[in-house]
Design a protein. Sequence first.
Length: 473
Amino acid sequence: MAGTTTVAPSTRRAHARKPKKIGADYVPAEPWTLRAALQQGDIFTRLSALIWGLSNAVRKQYVKAVLFFAIEIAAIVFIIVGAIPSLAQLPGLGTGKVEKVKDADGFWQTIVPTPSVVLLLYGVSSLVMIVLIAWFWTVMMRSQYKAQYLASTQGHAPTFKEDCEDLLSGRLWLTLMTLPTLGIFTFTVLPLIFMISMAFTSYDAKHPTKFDWVGLQNFGQLFSTTGSTVNFAIFTEVLIWTLVWAFFATFLNFFLGMFLAMVIERPTTRLKGMWRAIFSMSIAVPQFVSLLVMRQMLQQNGAINRLFMQWGWIDQPLPFFTDPTWARVTVIIINLWVGIPFTIMQITGILENIPGELTEAATLDGANWWQRFTNVTMPYIIFVMTPYLITTFTANVNNFNVIYLLSGGDPTPVGSSAGKTDLLITWLYKLTVDKNNYNIGAVIGIFTFIVLAVVSLITYRSSGSYKNEEAFR
């Protein structure tokens, strides 16, 4: 009976749980949880674990019931037809044996086995899809218990029209975030899982079609001291240079761009629109064109060395890309020319939106221009641009264009797989595309991801943008 429904104990426990912090935006937890569905659900709700949508059908939510049941049928067909065969091939990653069979007409045909990389992709995708099906099962069970709960407490379960209206009003955020979340999962999470799986295989130039699982062997090779192509010394050098490059490429662009933006925004600066247009035009030029042109100009026989020698400034060509120190300084300086215009555009908008009362209060207190800058302007810019700086640092760690198109990683020592200006991302590209060592490239990709994730999370959580999102103090 409705008056003696078994939902109440679960509801009391749900309301008995007090959150640690209750703010103005606190939303209480919904009582229709998976545990409540399994423990407090009636016979129809519990049977829905096997027959999806049964509880919805009993509560006259026929459209949802049909949708859930159709998804269950599709999931079962996928598991039987696609997932099970793919998972069966995953432990051995195929046989790699080319077979010849005689067809019905008596002719011999060659059967080429499916490459191991395809089997690995199918297997990983199947595992991920099974996890998604299991997650969707929990969503379905909560929906079944929600129908029971609302039918017992409100007298009826919401109709399909009411659910649609709720998705377009009360839970609009969920509707709008669904497609971007699916995109992130499909194009970011799934390739990341596939790359991590590849790091535990022997997928390299010697095993292009048939490879096997090798456990932590690739990680041991990366941290060894004897490897010629890949070893711990090369990895450490590239990692240190990557972090040094990202630091200078981020903060030199930031501070120099901020300086130029403040110069343009000075009341005494004339033709402000012209200066902004000039920097905007440099952004509009494709990077690969500018970088390739600069690469040719900075060669040993390039235009810059020829001009300097004709003017008598130098006696021999400057080693822009032949000396390690010169090469590293060169790519940092050229990156300033590429990146400063973006910073100017960002900071110009921030400078024009600094609250006027802050500057006026500092002026009334007798603060000079330096005190106003260090106590008002700079803290406000840092507060607003911290997420941008983290994003820029991450982008510079993975700044493939500037390094590969400008220096190509050169100079490269004889016998080494990494040049003196190679970043982790360009080194990974050379190992995979040029040398076909996808397993080692995957290991390097994992460590690149770890470095970026740790640095980004620690920096952002320590910033004022995270601790105080509502206002600048």
